[in-house]
Design a binder for this molecule. Structure first.
Ligand SMILES: [Fe+2]
Length: 401
């Protein structure tokens, strides 16, 4: 193996190119020869939800995703429904229990709708598992082949924070729609006239919330077991409102396709948003997924038209002269950002535009971020204060503050 500067099959199918990916998700070249645990990119985000049949509809209508594969009772899977949806280079898999004894039902009962598996594409499953085991990882599934008429997938799984796992997938020998057992299935949903071709093109990062005092343990897990390196962004307890705070560090794989900010609560006078998450999720888990778009204005407008709700940003955020001085020139007039509540952050490499949705499900746990990068490889540190205040207003409305 050598310098990885090639597209993944998913990116090729999505008609993305390298310059676009460098801009969209901050892809960098790196040499995976010295990497003890080479990761190519995301394979899939797998969810356990209370009603996958309806979730599949929602992510098609509101998030513009396309259905591409299915497994369920009609295909011999009597345990659960499973809908595979795609937008650009990323696939989401929504599982909902059919059998009341399904593990999907157990996960949903414990956590509400949530992410069960952040599955990663790797070139050598056995090498990764051997390294992870030697470093003390909990191996949930030994490397094994899964085969059907479309070929063979080699897969294994290791435990991550909470009940979350990382499946490690090598699908280089497979040409089916997703995994053996799945059949190809296409959308019946009809897009609104004028809707963008895609609301998002790729997955940028997945944030994990972990328990108080355990952030460094998980940073160490990704460093030592998975060969990830630390990115510059570090949020200490200097980022806090009067009442609640968090600590955050970011780890990334060699090519930066996979980025994991890790948060832990910091003590405050009142319950922080991370504490609220941990209480309602029932422990550590994925907190938000950042979806990369090359036109956040069009994405947000399309999502709003379908009823997606975003966090409000106070007008004072845009009117603050310090903000205007900090962000400088961006590609859209600030009034257009203000109209939609889109936040701006700038660092030495460039800037980014971002906005956060309200919680996706019934519990105040998971949400999405929409992100449009222009050179910045950050995560919106400069917006934490504004974001915190917006989240706290929502917490207060829920009576959890
Ligand atoms: Fe984020």
């Amino acid at each position: 193996m050598s310098i990885q500067d090639t597209l993944t099959d998913q990116e090729r199918l999505a008609e993305l190119d390298l310059p676009q990916l460098r801009k969209l998700v901050g892809l960098v070249e790196y040499d995976d020869n010295a990497d003890p645990f080479p990761v190519t990119g995301w394979d899939a985000i797998v969810w356990a939800v209370g009603n996958a049949s309806q979730a599949a509809h929602y992510y098609q209508s509101a998030y513009g995703m396309e259905l591409e594969a299915y497994s369920g009772p009609e295909t011999g899977n009597r345990d659960h429904h499973s809908y595979v949806l795609r937008s650009g280079a990323i696939r989401f898999v929504f599982n909902g229990a059919v059998d009341p004894a399904s593990p999907v039902a157990d996960h949903q009962r414990a956590h509400g709708d949530g992410v069960t598996d952040i599955a990663l594409e790797v070139p050598d499953v056995d090498r990764c598992v051997a390294h992870a085991r030697a470093q003390g990882a909990r191996v949930l599934e030994e490397p094994h082949d899964v085969t059907d008429e479309h070929g063979t997938v080699r897969v294994a799984a290791i435990a991550a924070y909470g009940d979350t796992r990382h499946s490690l997938v090598d699908r280089s020998g497979y040409h089916g729609p997703y995994l053996p057992g799945y059949v190809a299935r296409t959308s019946t949903h009809v897009r609104r006239p004028g809707a963008p071709k895609r609301v998002f093109q790729a997955l940028d990062h997945v944030v994990g919330n972990v328990e108080l005092g355990r952030m460094d343990e998980w940073v160490d897990f990704y460093n030592r077991i998975m060969g990830f390196t630390n990115m510059a962004e570090f949020i200490g307890d200097d980022i806090a409102t009067e009442y609640s705070a968090l600590m955050s560090k970011v780890v990334a794989n060699g090519n930066h396709r996979v980025k994991f900010p890790l948060n832990e609560p910091a003590p405050g006078k009142k319950k922080s948003q991370i504490d609220e998450y941990l209480e309602f999720y029932g422990g550590a888990g994925a907190q938000h997924l950042a979806l990369a778009t090359n036109d956040i204005i069009a994405s947000v407008d399309a999502m709003r038209a379908e009823g997606v709700e975003f966090l409000d940003t106070p007008d004072s955020y845009y009117e603050d002269p310090a903000l205007r001085a900090r962000i400088g020139e961006v590609r859209v007039p600030i009034e257009e950002l203000q109209k939609r509540g889109i936040l701006v952050d700038r660092d030495e490499d460039g800037y980014l535009l971002q906005i956060f949705t309200k919680p996706l499900g019934d519990r105040p746990t998971l949400f999405f971020e929409m992100i449009e990068r222009h050179g910045s490889l950050g995560f919106g540190k400069g917006n934490f204060q504004a974001l915190f205040e917006a989240i706290e207003r929502e917490q207060e409305r829920r009576g959890n503050f």
